[in-house]
Design a binder for this molecule. Structure first.
Ligand code: BGC
Length: 399
């Protein structure tokens, strides 16, 4: 057992589009209607109205932190037009978390952008950095008392959605399935284009400077930590190449941050042709990835090395499964690996499980990651045994 540092956070994570519902000004609202692969987010799980109940369940179980996001498409529904009502809404969420004893970890951008922003040219357009910066500036006005701010979620996964965004000004149908699901052909995500990666690093640094200027919060971004490995010795050069383009460029972008949000689920082999499709296997998760709880330890060790020692907050780790016992087993193992990394001196500040609730998995409802089940007709929440289990861990102060 590893004794945890004072203030170590134990919590769960979410993102606005996946739980709120009715995100009609966002780009994803459009993609969902256009893509033959996707089902609609619709009302999602109505957390826009039920966030207090959600937070109460987490706090009652014993968790001490909740990661949630602010939805840009709501806060700035038209270019330069900010909604005071929406800013108040998110301020109320922060107050609710604080009053329940949950440390809020606030994400500024989690995959969705306002539809107008994409139509205007999006992340590769000439206005991108200014637009994002002015949104971040407004949001900083409501962040009083927030200690942890994540600028952009998983730029490496998000780079793929920037390709999808090219379809928004035409009738073209987004060709690729959801960013987080491994299709039958295996790893479906193309490599991020270098200009996209550079632009996202630039956007992160711009947001980081603003958050630092206007708030005392710790600021960082959260990356998809892919735990890539070479299929054979001969594939090592290919691994370095893929790993740089898909992950390390973003970890380098975190140098100088106050923390890095590590997000790990599974591992991924690489050979000379790129990421190797995952063979079908009865142990695979509901998003088609192998069952690899050790991914978290690999991810944390690699991130620590490439960022050159930026403190780590695990902002996502979990498993898509309908079997909650398996979720507990997976998480238990993942935490064992995390504890081993901490024993070796890696500075980890907290563990936030993905996800607080079963939610909209980017076009799909079947993959369930939640500690809490939700009936999508009545919106009734039912905590799973894994929530109580994680809450008990939190109370021990040990890992
Ligand atoms: C994302 C989440 C997603 C989760 C599970 C991460 O890629 O940040 O939005 O639901 O993984 O696939």
């Amino acid at each position: 057992m590893t004794a945890l540092p004072e203030g170590f956070l134990w919590g769960a994570s979410s993102s606005p589009h996946q739980i709120e519902g009715g995100n009609i000004n966002s780009d994803w609202w459009v993609y969902e209607q256009r893509s033959p692969h996707f089902t609609l987010s619709g009302d999602a799980i109505d957390s826009y109205h039920r966030y207090e109940e959600d937070m109460r369940l987490l706090a009652a179980a014993g968790l001490t932190a909740y990661r949630f996001g602010i939805e840009w498409a709501r806060v700035e529904p038209l270019p330069g037009e900010f909604s005071r009502a929406e800013l108040f809404h998110y301020r109320k969420m922060i107050d609710t978390a604080l009053s329940l004893g949950l440390t809020p970890v606030v994400t500024l951008h989690h995959f969705t952008s306002p539809r107008w922003f994409i139509e205007e040219g999006g992340w590769l357009g000439t206005t991108a950095i200014d637009r994002f910066s002015s949104y971040v500036r407004r949001v900083c006005e409501i962040l009083d008392g927030v200690e942890w701010v994540c600028t952009i979620n998983e730029p490496n996964m998000f780079a793929f959605m920037i390709l999808m965004a090219r379809t928004i000004n035409s009738d073209a149908v987004p060709e690729i399935d959801t960013p987080t699901m491994q299709g039958e052909g295996g790893f479906v995500l193309p490599r991020p284009l270098p200009e996209t990666s550079r632009r996202l690093v630039e956007a992160h640094h711009a947001a980081r400077a603003i958050v630092r200027e206007l708030t005392p919060a710790k600021v960082g971004w959260t990356t998809a930590n892919l735990a890539l490995y070479a299929e054979s010795k001969a594939d090592e050069p290919a691994l370095l190449d893929e790993r740089y383009a898909r992950e390390d460029i973003f970890l380098e972008g975190a140098r100088g941050d106050d923390f890095l949000g590590v997000q790990a689920y599974s591992t991924q082999a690489v050979n000379a042709r790129g990421p190797v499709p995952h063979p079908e296997h009865p142990d695979n998760t509901l998003v088609g990835t192998p069952y690899r709880p050790d991914a978290l330890e690999h991810a944390v060790r690699h991130a620590w090395k490439i960022t050159r020692g930026v403190p780590i907050l695990v902002t996502e780790n979990g498993i898509a499964t309908a079997d909650d016992g398996r979720r507990i087993a997976y998480t238990e193992d993942a935490l064992r690996g995390l504890a081993a990394a901490m024993e070796d001196g890696i500075d980890v500040r907290g563990y936030l499980h993905w996800s607080a609730l079963d939610n909209f998995e980017w076009g799909h409802w079947e993959p369930t990651f939640g500690l809490i089940a939700v009936d999508r007709t009545t919106f009734k929440r039912t905590p799973k045994p894994s929530l109580a289990w994680l809450g008990e861990k939190a109370k021990t102060g040990m890992m």
